[in-house]
Design a protein around this ligand. Structure first.
Ligand SMILES: *Cc1c(COP(=O)(O)O)cnc(C)c1O
Length: 369
């Protein structure tokens, strides 16, 4: 079976976890602070990082930190993981599904513009399939309407925008480190921002809203007579998770990133010659592919998916549009997103995938399209 995605874990991660186990201090502590500092150094740009339990928790706390709550609306592209929508609704706000651009699957700002109301508090662009949204246009849009930007960068760890790392610029940027993302901490996520107030609010809220507890933990202590002023959650990262994340971050630039990029080139070279499919316009100079979706034209997507599975190749669909889900439909259609959903097929992509396997997958597609 050729897996669609997987974690890539070696001896170094195992050793790092063993070391944490040996300290018998498994929870929120020094490994987390070291991982946060390492991420800050890696991203550059003077941003601060707060690590949390999942990417969904990162989005939820980021939204809460900028003041999104009941009665507010946040613009979200219809094509994204349901995590983006659930994070908005977790705050009590309403996620407003927006149309996508046909070629990329990224949020269509013309459509988003028509959905702005007095209640709109923010926009959550999703860097789908590691393609970075046009941040210049996104931030011009947010300035025009006086709203905040929460980038869902779950697919875009290590990607560049005009030569700068995603996360090193922008308002509030959220990463996921779940098992299959560009780096993993087992489960995990991070909120990144240059806005110190946002990061402080996230750091309080991840520890049940206990004021200043975060700083006490840094000095190996904790607050006993504390105050709580807002809603908090149990969303912190653990030492075990952070230990895995630190090793993965060290391996990323020299190992995971070049392998994912090379696999992308290999797929493109093979698939460019195949008719009846569409490739995403990804620039592998700045994109580190987390997933590798292609378009299957002529209504043959489901057929091709069945063939791949019967040949032992897992294939996926990223994503069913969120406005088609009972909880998130708003009573209107989004035809481009719906057509996109019919055509999209995600091929295997992870650093343990071999070039031979890519060639096998290309052959199957070429034969059966
Ligand atoms: C993975 C993912 C998330 C959520 O991250 P988790 O760590 O799984 O909670 C959010 N948005 C997108 C687009 C994702 O792919």
């Amino acid at each position: 079976m050729i897996r669609l995605s997987k974690s890539v874990i070696g001896e170094e991660e195992k050793k790092a976890v063993q070391q944490v186990l040996d300290t018998e201090f498994l929870g929120y502590g020094p490994e987390v602070f070291k991982f946060e500092e390492a991420l800050e150094r890696y991203l550059g740009g003077g941003v601060s990082v707060a690590c949390v339990s999942t990417g969904t928790a990162a989005l939820h706390l980021a939204l809460q930190a900028i003041g999104v709550g009941t009665g507010d609306e946040v613009l979200v592209p219809a094509i994204t993981f349901v995590a983006s929508f659930q994070a908005v609704s977790a705050t009590g706000a309403v996620a407003i599904p927006c149309e996508i651009e046909e070629a990329s699957g990224l949020i269509d700002l013309e459509d988003a513009m028509r959905r702005v109301t007095k209640k709109t508090k923010g926009i959550m662009p999703v860097h789908y399939a590691s393609q970075v949204c046009d941040l210049k246009k996104i931030y011009a849009f947010s300035e025009k309407y006086g709203i905040r930007v929460i980038e869902d960068a779950a697919h875009a760890f290590g990607c560049l925008y005009k030569g700068k790392k995603v996360g090193s610029l922008g308002d509030v940027v959220c990463f996921s480190f779940d098992g299959i993302k560009n780096i993993t901490s087992g489960e995990g996520g991070a909120v990144v921002s240059g806005d110190k107030h946002v990061i402080m609010a996230v750091k309080d809220a991840r520890l049940l809203g206990i004021k200043g507890d975060n700083e006490k933990h840094k000095k190996q202590g904790r607050s006993w007579e504390f105050d709580v002023t807002g809603q908090g959650w149990r969303y912190h990262m653990s030492n075990i998770m952070a230990a895995i994340g630190r090793v993965q971050l060290q391996r990323f630039e020299k190992e995971f990133k070049p392998k994912r990029v090379d696999l992308g080139h290999h797929y493109n070279a093979g698939l460019r010659k195949v008719g009846g499919i569409g490739l995403f316009p990804i620039d592998l100079e700045s994109v580190v592919p987390h997933i590798f979706p292609i378009r299957i034209l002529g209504g043959k997507r489901d057929h091709l998916r069945d063939v791949l599975i019967s040949e032992g190749v897992q294939a996926g669909i990223h994503y069913k549009p969120n406005h088609l889900l009972s909880k998130f439909g708003r009573g209107y259609r989004l035809p481009i997103a719906e057509k996109f959903y019919e055509e999209i097929l995600t091929l295997p992509m992870h650093p343990d995938l071999t070039f031979n396997e890519v060639e096998k997958i290309v052959d199957i597609i070429e034969t059966h399209i």
